[in-house]
Ligand binder design. Structure first.
Ligand SMILES: [Zn+2]
Length: 207
Protein backbone atom coordinates (compact mmCIF):
# COMPACT_ATOMS: atom_id res chain seq x y z
CA UNK A 1 0.00 0.00 0.00
CA UNK A 2 1.33 3.43 -0.92
CA UNK A 3 2.17 5.69 2.01
CA UNK A 4 1.39 9.39 2.00
CA UNK A 5 4.25 11.81 2.37
CA UNK A 6 3.96 14.41 5.16
CA UNK A 7 3.61 17.01 2.38
CA UNK A 8 0.64 15.15 0.85
CA UNK A 9 -1.02 14.88 4.27
CA UNK A 10 -0.55 18.59 4.96
CA UNK A 11 -1.86 19.47 1.52
CA UNK A 12 -4.94 17.26 1.86
CA UNK A 13 -5.66 18.77 5.28
CA UNK A 14 -5.27 22.29 3.85
CA UNK A 15 -7.71 21.46 1.04
CA UNK A 16 -10.26 20.16 3.57
CA UNK A 17 -9.93 23.35 5.62
CA UNK A 18 -10.28 25.47 2.48
CA UNK A 19 -13.48 23.65 1.56
CA UNK A 20 -14.89 24.29 5.06
CA UNK A 21 -13.91 27.97 4.96
CA UNK A 22 -15.48 28.45 1.50
CA UNK A 23 -18.70 26.78 2.70
CA UNK A 24 -18.75 29.14 5.71
CA UNK A 25 -18.64 32.16 3.35
CA UNK A 26 -14.98 33.14 3.74
CA UNK A 27 -13.40 35.45 1.20
CA UNK A 28 -10.38 34.28 -0.79
CA UNK A 29 -7.92 36.35 1.22
CA UNK A 30 -9.09 34.72 4.46
CA UNK A 31 -8.91 31.18 3.02
CA UNK A 32 -5.40 31.93 1.75
CA UNK A 33 -4.19 33.01 5.20
CA UNK A 34 -5.90 30.15 7.04
CA UNK A 35 -4.69 27.37 4.73
CA UNK A 36 -1.52 28.75 3.16
CA UNK A 37 -2.82 27.65 -0.27
CA UNK A 38 -2.03 29.93 -3.23
CA UNK A 39 -4.67 32.36 -4.51
CA UNK A 40 -4.77 30.88 -8.04
CA UNK A 41 -5.39 27.36 -6.78
CA UNK A 42 -8.19 28.52 -4.47
CA UNK A 43 -9.93 30.39 -7.30
CA UNK A 44 -9.68 27.34 -9.52
CA UNK A 45 -10.96 24.93 -6.88
CA UNK A 46 -13.65 26.88 -5.05
CA UNK A 47 -14.64 29.90 -7.13
CA UNK A 48 -15.07 28.59 -10.67
CA UNK A 49 -17.85 31.19 -10.96
CA UNK A 50 -15.86 34.42 -10.68
CA UNK A 51 -19.05 36.38 -9.93
CA UNK A 52 -19.46 34.36 -6.71
CA UNK A 53 -16.14 35.56 -5.25
CA UNK A 54 -16.94 37.57 -2.09
CA UNK A 55 -15.71 41.14 -2.60
CA UNK A 56 -15.48 44.37 -0.65
CA UNK A 57 -13.20 45.55 2.10
CA UNK A 58 -12.22 42.90 4.63
CA UNK A 59 -13.27 43.60 8.23
CA UNK A 60 -10.95 45.50 10.55
CA UNK A 61 -11.94 44.72 14.10
CA UNK A 62 -9.99 46.68 16.74
CA UNK A 63 -11.93 49.93 16.20
CA UNK A 64 -15.10 48.18 15.11
CA UNK A 65 -15.43 46.11 18.29
CA UNK A 66 -15.25 49.00 20.73
CA UNK A 67 -18.04 50.89 18.95
CA UNK A 68 -20.17 47.87 17.92
CA UNK A 69 -23.57 47.44 19.58
CA UNK A 70 -24.08 45.05 22.47
CA UNK A 71 -25.37 42.10 20.44
CA UNK A 72 -22.39 42.25 18.07
CA UNK A 73 -19.95 42.48 20.98
CA UNK A 74 -21.64 39.52 22.69
CA UNK A 75 -21.50 37.33 19.59
CA UNK A 76 -17.89 38.38 18.86
CA UNK A 77 -16.98 37.33 22.42
CA UNK A 78 -18.82 34.01 21.96
CA UNK A 79 -16.86 33.11 18.79
CA UNK A 80 -13.51 34.15 20.19
CA UNK A 81 -13.92 32.41 23.54
CA UNK A 82 -14.90 29.20 21.71
CA UNK A 83 -11.81 29.62 19.52
CA UNK A 84 -9.59 30.07 22.59
CA UNK A 85 -11.10 27.02 24.33
CA UNK A 86 -10.47 24.81 21.30
CA UNK A 87 -6.91 26.18 20.96
CA UNK A 88 -6.43 25.17 24.60
CA UNK A 89 -7.30 21.58 23.64
CA UNK A 90 -4.17 21.55 21.48
CA UNK A 91 -5.69 22.25 18.07
CA UNK A 92 -3.95 24.52 15.59
CA UNK A 93 -5.36 28.03 14.97
CA UNK A 94 -6.91 27.18 11.57
CA UNK A 95 -8.72 24.10 12.86
CA UNK A 96 -9.77 25.91 16.05
CA UNK A 97 -11.20 28.81 14.04
CA UNK A 98 -13.27 26.61 11.73
CA UNK A 99 -14.54 24.43 14.60
CA UNK A 100 -15.33 27.48 16.78
CA UNK A 101 -17.24 29.17 13.96
CA UNK A 102 -19.32 26.04 13.25
CA UNK A 103 -20.08 25.71 16.94
CA UNK A 104 -21.04 29.41 17.16
CA UNK A 105 -23.50 28.96 14.22
CA UNK A 106 -25.05 25.96 15.96
CA UNK A 107 -25.72 28.06 19.09
CA UNK A 108 -27.62 30.86 17.31
CA UNK A 109 -31.34 31.42 17.01
CA UNK A 110 -31.16 33.77 14.04
CA UNK A 111 -28.77 35.03 11.37
CA UNK A 112 -25.16 35.30 12.57
CA UNK A 113 -23.95 38.81 13.33
CA UNK A 114 -20.32 37.69 13.01
CA UNK A 115 -19.18 36.56 9.56
CA UNK A 116 -16.41 34.00 9.16
CA UNK A 117 -14.15 36.80 7.87
CA UNK A 118 -14.89 38.82 11.01
CA UNK A 119 -14.18 35.79 13.22
CA UNK A 120 -10.86 35.33 11.40
CA UNK A 121 -10.00 38.99 11.91
CA UNK A 122 -10.90 38.84 15.63
CA UNK A 123 -8.81 35.69 16.18
CA UNK A 124 -5.87 37.30 14.31
CA UNK A 125 -5.99 40.35 16.54
CA UNK A 126 -6.39 38.19 19.66
CA UNK A 127 -3.37 35.98 19.02
CA UNK A 128 -1.23 38.28 16.83
CA UNK A 129 -1.22 35.87 13.89
CA UNK A 130 -2.08 35.65 10.18
CA UNK A 131 -2.57 39.33 9.33
CA UNK A 132 -0.93 41.01 12.36
CA UNK A 133 2.09 40.36 14.55
CA UNK A 134 0.97 42.17 17.66
CA UNK A 135 -2.28 41.32 19.50
CA UNK A 136 -4.73 44.15 20.11
CA UNK A 137 -7.36 42.13 21.99
CA UNK A 138 -7.30 39.93 25.02
CA UNK A 139 -9.99 37.80 26.65
CA UNK A 140 -11.07 38.96 30.08
CA UNK A 141 -13.03 36.86 32.56
CA UNK A 142 -15.91 38.75 34.12
CA UNK A 143 -15.60 38.78 37.94
CA UNK A 144 -19.41 38.71 38.25
CA UNK A 145 -20.68 36.15 35.71
CA UNK A 146 -17.37 34.37 34.87
CA UNK A 147 -18.02 34.71 31.10
CA UNK A 148 -15.08 35.49 28.87
CA UNK A 149 -15.31 38.55 26.66
CA UNK A 150 -13.09 40.55 24.33
CA UNK A 151 -11.36 43.59 25.64
CA UNK A 152 -8.37 45.78 24.70
CA UNK A 153 -5.05 44.03 25.16
CA UNK A 154 -3.57 44.61 28.60
CA UNK A 155 -6.92 45.61 30.15
CA UNK A 156 -7.63 43.80 33.37
CA UNK A 157 -11.16 44.82 34.36
CA UNK A 158 -11.83 44.63 38.10
CA UNK A 159 -15.60 45.08 37.69
CA UNK A 160 -18.28 43.81 35.31
CA UNK A 161 -18.60 47.31 33.85
CA UNK A 162 -17.54 46.22 30.33
CA UNK A 163 -18.94 42.66 30.30
CA UNK A 164 -21.43 42.29 27.40
CA UNK A 165 -23.03 39.22 29.01
CA UNK A 166 -23.87 41.09 32.24
CA UNK A 167 -25.24 44.01 30.19
CA UNK A 168 -27.33 41.59 28.14
CA UNK A 169 -28.81 40.07 31.27
CA UNK A 170 -29.51 43.50 32.73
CA UNK A 171 -31.37 44.65 29.59
CA UNK A 172 -33.05 41.33 28.83
CA UNK A 173 -36.56 42.09 30.15
CA UNK A 174 -36.94 45.35 28.28
CA UNK A 175 -35.20 44.58 24.97
CA UNK A 176 -37.13 42.34 22.52
CA UNK A 177 -34.11 42.13 20.18
CA UNK A 178 -32.09 40.47 22.94
CA UNK A 179 -34.99 38.12 23.79
CA UNK A 180 -35.25 37.02 20.12
CA UNK A 181 -31.50 36.48 19.77
CA UNK A 182 -31.10 34.62 23.05
CA UNK A 183 -34.38 32.90 23.95
CA UNK A 184 -34.45 31.29 27.37
CA UNK A 185 -33.65 27.59 26.96
CA UNK A 186 -32.47 24.93 29.34
CA UNK A 187 -28.74 25.24 29.84
CA UNK A 188 -26.86 22.40 28.15
CA UNK A 189 -24.86 20.01 30.26
CA UNK A 190 -21.34 21.45 30.05
CA UNK A 191 -19.67 18.01 29.80
CA UNK A 192 -21.74 17.26 26.71
CA UNK A 193 -20.90 20.70 25.32
CA UNK A 194 -17.18 20.13 25.82
CA UNK A 195 -17.33 16.68 24.21
CA UNK A 196 -19.24 18.20 21.28
CA UNK A 197 -16.53 20.82 20.76
CA UNK A 198 -13.79 18.18 20.78
CA UNK A 199 -15.70 16.00 18.28
CA UNK A 200 -16.26 19.00 15.99
CA UNK A 201 -12.60 20.01 16.12
CA UNK A 202 -11.51 16.42 15.36
CA UNK A 203 -13.90 16.28 12.41
CA UNK A 204 -12.35 19.50 11.10
CA UNK A 205 -8.84 18.18 11.62
CA UNK A 206 -9.58 14.90 9.88
CA UNK A 207 -11.91 16.61 7.41
ZN1 LIG B 1 -20.34 39.43 33.26
Amino acid sequence: MATQSPYAERHIRALGLAKDCAALGARLRTIGYVTGLPHGQLVQLFFADHNAIPRGRPPDSPDWYHSANLLYRTEASMVVSLYRRIRGLDFGPAEALVAAYKHYLSMLHGAPRISFDRAFDLASHLDGLWIVRVPSFSLATCPTCASQYLTAVGACPATNHECPFCKLLHRYRRDPRIQTSFPVTALPDTTVLKLGIVALARQTREG
